[in-house]
Design a protein. Structure first.
Length: 254
């Protein structure tokens, strides 16, 4: 028996990284998963690798018509929608004086607007069912950050604020909304960042050394927390922002 047996889940950005790990974990826990991404080749590859319990659909989460179409298709085909995981997002590293308005709009469209659009349409189905769980993948940059992360920290802070507001508004209807805040995670983007440094090995050694656990998380470990938070085992948790960062944040706790 899996903790998500019989659940219908929608995961955004599910073709790679944390999103793919969430899709794999949810299927392993008994869920039927529809996942969306803009990368069709990667999406179909993941679906074939996982099997019939994971269905890929192309969608751009910043386009409301595409979001609405996917959510309505899930509800029509599966009868309901129990879980939404807002994972899709982009990293952003800009100087505030050089960043263009178009670049700002694009970052916030993906990292914040897209999560709202998906929640907007998922919540309609969840309201009818009188239950539901939304998990927003934010970042520890929502609560602490470092130089050079503008405006990523601002966007992820907004996602945590969105989580709080939705959790408060929809708790009386039996719908829970939480945020998971990953720190450094062993994904393709992080590996690429290490590779871009003048001395990749030294850069990685420094990053690992500042973590109390002396390592960074894996995508699978993030997925484990997401599965728990999404499940009925976490039925008393809503409005929470849960860090998963190998202890990095405790060094700066206030």
């Amino acid at each position: 028996m899996g903790r998500l047996d019989g659940k219908i889940a929608l995961v955004t950005g599910g073709a790679r990284g944390i999103g793919r790990a969430v899709v794999e974990k949810f299927v392993a826990e008994g869920a039927s998963v529809v996942f969306v991404d803009r990368d069709d080749d990667a999406g179909h590859t993941v679906a074939r690798a996982i099997g019939p319990s994971a269905v890929f659909r192309h969608a751009d989460i910043v386009v409301e018509a595409e979001v609405q179409q996917v959510v309505e298709a899930v509800v029509r085909d599966r009868g309901t929608l129990d879980i939404l995981v807002n994972n899709a997002g982009v990293n952003a590293y800009f100087d505030a004086t050089d960043m263009t308005e178009a670049q700002w709009d694009q970052v916030f469209a993906v990292d914040l607007k897209g999560a709202w659009l998906c929640a907007k349409h998922a919540l309609r189905a969840m309201k009818r069912a009188g239950r539901g769980s939304i998990v927003n993948i934010a970042s520890i940059h929502a609560t602490l950050t470092m130089a050079g992360m503008f405006p990523y920290a601002a966007a992820k802070s907004g996602l945590v604020g969105l989580t709080r507001s939705l959790s408060l508004d929809y708790a009386p209807l039996g719908i829970r909304v939480n945020a998971v805040l990953p720190g450094w995670t062993r994904t393709r983007l992080v590996e690429e960042w290490f590779a871009m440094q003048p001395d990749p090995a030294a850069a990685e050694e420094h990053v690992l050394a500042v973590h109390p656990l002396r390592r960074i998380a894996t995508a699978g470990e993030i997925a484990n927390l997401v599965a728990f938070v999404a499940s009925d085992e976490a039925s008393a948790i809503t409005g929470a922002s849960l860090p998963i960062d190998c202890g990095l944040g405790i060094q700066f706790a206030t």
